[in-house]
Design a protein around this ligand. Structure first.
Ligand SMILES: *Cc1c(COP(=O)(O)O)cnc(C)c1O
Length: 379
């Protein structure tokens, strides 16, 4: 069975919203009684933030999460009024508009806390914030030495009616079970500190997809699910989506744009990094690195075409690459799937990640703007 639809588009990323709903339900069931925040940053990892956010909420996600305030405001602009948290801020960010629009703000420094409190008066609405504690990732988040001061300031600003601390959160490095457990310990100490200062956060959240699945103690009140919702395993250890009960939501496909027969010894694509060792047929696929197909996967990845996997041969170019179909029949216009649900025979995004020495996250997120997204299963 081919996952590609006959007569499909020249280039297309098909997003199955039924798969998104299935994955959210499966993960929500797994982590219950903890709730699910659906992470739709970076245009829902390339899947289309508004459509994915609606599908995730429909399937039981309680909240949405994004990196940037602008991403949260785009959801509001589309009429989505669910709780949404944004956690990575421009140093010059103005917090008035997000507070007005009821966007919850992650706080990574005492300075940010004060800037948010200062914006409250002009917004005419109390700012809902989540304190982000750095427990060992060493990225953003309030550094441990500043926790006592930050929670004391948050409690003072809460008493003054300027902010409400809705949550306390952190992010794991996913380094090893022992190191993740140490981060959980540190996080729980930070929560105790916040409570001792008089704060009463509704939710404590630490786990993203990987810990939500494999580290039950880290589920706490809420898990932040990104990659798992898209049906891609978070581990990078060969675990498949099917083993986790998840379905990949994105299928990247195109149509064969040209077919050519080459002779033994003919070189193929830039630099002739591959030469035919026999007479063979090549099919031209009209996607390239401008579309997020990694050049690094040249000569390593496979596609699904005419019921079989076929190797990518020669360099992947900006707009196109070639696959070797041997002596099999192939025609211009045939659908070709780069990745999708392996249950259909297609490679997974993870396999492309491996071919390009990266991760499935990067493969789906980098699908370029020239590739139209088509959502199926819309309600
Ligand atoms: C991106 C992100 C997530 C989601 O991670 P996944 O591994 O995709 O589930 C969760 N929390 C934070 C802070 C993030 O930046």
């Amino acid at each position: 069975m081919s996952d590609a639809e006959p007569g499909g588009a020249f280039r297309e990323a098909r997003i199955d919203l039924d798969a998104i709903r299935h994955n959210v339900r499966a993960l929500a069931e797994l982590v219950a009684p903890a709730g699910v925040m659906a992470v739709v940053k970076a245009d829902a990892y390339g899947h289309g933030a508004v459509a994915v956010a609606r599908a995730a909420l429909d399937a039981g996600a309680l909240r949405l999460g994004v990196a940037d305030i602008d991403e949260a405001l785009a959801l509001r602009g589309a009429g989505i009024d669910a709780r949404v948290l944004a956690w990575l801020h421009d140093p010059g960010a103005s917090f008035r508009v997000p507070i007005e629009r009821g966007v919850e703000l992650g706080i990574s420094s005492t300075g940010q806390l004060h800037a948010v409190a200062d914006a409250t008066a002009s917004a005419g609405r109390v700012a809902d914030v989540h304190l982000k504690l750095d427990t060992g990732l060493s990225r953003n988040g309030i550094p441990r030495a500043e926790w006592p001061h930050a929670v004391a300031e948050a409690a003072r600003l809460e008493r003054e009616g300027l902010v409400r601390v809705r949550g306390v959160f952190s992010h794991l490095a996913n380094t090893s079970p022992e190191e993740d457990a140490a981060q959980l310990e540190a996080f729980l100490r930070g929560v105790e500190l916040a409570e001792a200062a008089g704060l009463r956060p509704d939710v404590r959240h630490l786990a993203s997809s990987a810990a939500a699945v494999r580290f039950p103690e880290a589920r706490l009140d809420l898990v932040r699910i990104g990659i798992g919702m898209y049906g891609i395993p978070p581990f990078g250890d060969g675990t498949t989506a099917a083993e986790l009960g998840l379905r990949p939501a994105m299928t990247l496909q195109g149509r064969v744009a040209a077919v050519r027969r080459v002779a033994a010894g003919d070189g193929v694509s830039y630099g002739h990094t591959w030469r035919a060792d026999r007479a063979t047929t090549l099919a031209l696929v009209p996607l390239g690195y401008a579309d997020g197909v990694p050049r690094q996967a040249s000569g390593r990845a496979e596609v699904f075409l005419r019921g079989r996997r076929r190797p990518v041969v020669g360099r992947i170019a900006m707009d196109q690459f070639l696959v070797d179909v041997g002596d099999d029949e192939v025609a211009v216009g045939d659908p070709v799937v780069l990745f999708g649900d392996p249950a259909s025979g297609a490679p997974s995004a993870d396999e492309w990640g491996e071919a390009a020495e990266t991760i499935g996250y990067e493969i789906v997120t980098r699908v370029g703007p020239r590739v139209p997204r088509r959502h199926t299963g819309e309600r």
